[in-house]
Design a protein around this ligand. Structure first.
Ligand code: MG
Ligand code: ZN
Length: 354
């Protein structure tokens, strides 16, 4: 009897050690979003951002294979495929050999997949999850990769790389023949019942929030989640707030804050989904910091007070960026981590076959 009890206790302990696989991953990237971009937005909001609340935190080292300061192509490839590469390369190692992204690995394992961005969908960050090209400038070729090996759902700008191409081919016709519904605004995206969806919201990048564009990313995420969560095997979804970087290149602090606040409302949609769907892991991070931004004002969360900041470069900086995480497996994303850490760790947590 004692022996039986011992065996029972041991097997129960072993059972609880074997954690259930993570079903869904929502991976949100604020392009150029360092700690100071996050904090500046929180000061203007007058409260901590959603990403700062109820999350585990860590830091990510961002340097690339050939440069202490990464660009978004090498940064995106490191986050997506777990490989440090040369700046400007998309989904390829430094030796120009293709590397597989976590999105493609998830797809091979039967999961649904998606990418969305406030820039052209062929721009460096979303491209790193979908395409394999030696240069980020090859956007016509990257668009072809979206047709050849694209995710189930993609939402962003970049219509012209599909419809006004140098080779004269209309790629949206090819997308339709592969089962995609192709739409040009979120109203039609929402109305579409199709599991495969391509939504082009601008010819190239979406306009800036600071110029009066209404928030699109939170609603786009809702639309993607509605489709991707139909798959019983789960999904991998990458969401990019792309224009934080672009506003910081031109030292527009309030432009950066506006994009960061839209991105954070999108994080809220992801966190709300994860609270309802317990086997969902949410990761919020950045590919690098842009502008060498310092927040000099020292008045936490006083709304309406002038924000005093300093930019130290027109390019990117080499400073580590934050990672915030929520949900099962989030313990794995604390401490100081390499940007190449995510792919293998997410694959392990989702129990994906290699
Ligand atoms: Mg980007
Ligand atoms: Zn940049």
């Amino acid at each position: 009897m004692k022996k039986l009890l011992l065996i029972l206790t041991l097997s129960l302990a072993l059972f609880s050690l074997a954690a259930k696989p993570v079903k869904n991953v929502i991976f949100l990237i604020g392009d150029g979003m360092g700690l100071n971009q996050v904090y500046a937005a929180a000061l203007v909001k007058g409260a901590p951002l959603y990403m700062m609340q109820d999350t585990k935190t860590g830091l990510i080292l961002t340097y690339s294979y050939d440069n202490g300061i990464t660009d978004s192509a090498a940064g995106g490839t490191a986050l997506a495929a777990g490989v440090k590469t040369r700046n400007s390369m998309i989904g390829m190692g430094p030796d120009s050999v293709k590397v597989e992204s976590i999105l493609h690995q998830a797809a091979r394992n039967g999961k649904s997949t998606g990418v969305m961005s406030t820039s052209a969908i062929t721009h460096a960050t979303p491209a790193s999850y979908v395409a394999n090209q030696v240069s980020r400038e090859m956007q016509d070729e990257i668009a072809l990769d979206f047709v050849k090996q694209g995710p189930d759902v993609f939402i962003g700008g970049g219509r012209k790389y599909f419809e006004e191409r140098e080779d004269g081919v209309d790629l949206t016709e090819q997308l339709k023949s592969k089962g995609y519904e192709v739409v040009y605004d979120l109203e039609h995206a929402e109305a579409s019942g199709s599991a495969k969806l391509a939504a082009f919201l601008a010819d190239d990048h979406l306009p800036d929030v600071i110029s009066g564009r209404e928030y699109l990313l939170p609603e786009a995420l809702n639309i993607a989640l509605e489709r991707l969560s139909r798959n019983k095997k789960g999904f991998f979804l990458m969401v990019e707030g792309s224009k934080i970087d672009m506003r910081c290149h031109v030292h527009d602090i309030m432009g950066s804050v506006a994009e960061t606040l839209e991105f954070d409302e999108t994080v809220k949609v992801a966190l709300d989904f994860a609270r309802k769907n317990k086997n969902t892991l949410v990761i919020v991070t950045a590919d690098h910091e842009t502008g060498g931004l310092s927040v000099l004002q020292n008045a936490p969360y006083r709304k309406g007070e002038e924000l005093i900041v300093h930019f130290s470069t027109g390019g990117h900086s080499g400073v580590p960026v934050p990672v915030y995480s929520y949900g099962p497996g989030s313990d794995n994303f604390t401490g100081v981590l390499e940007n190449t850490y995510f792919k293998a760790t997410l694959a392990r947590l989702m129990k994906l076959k290699p």
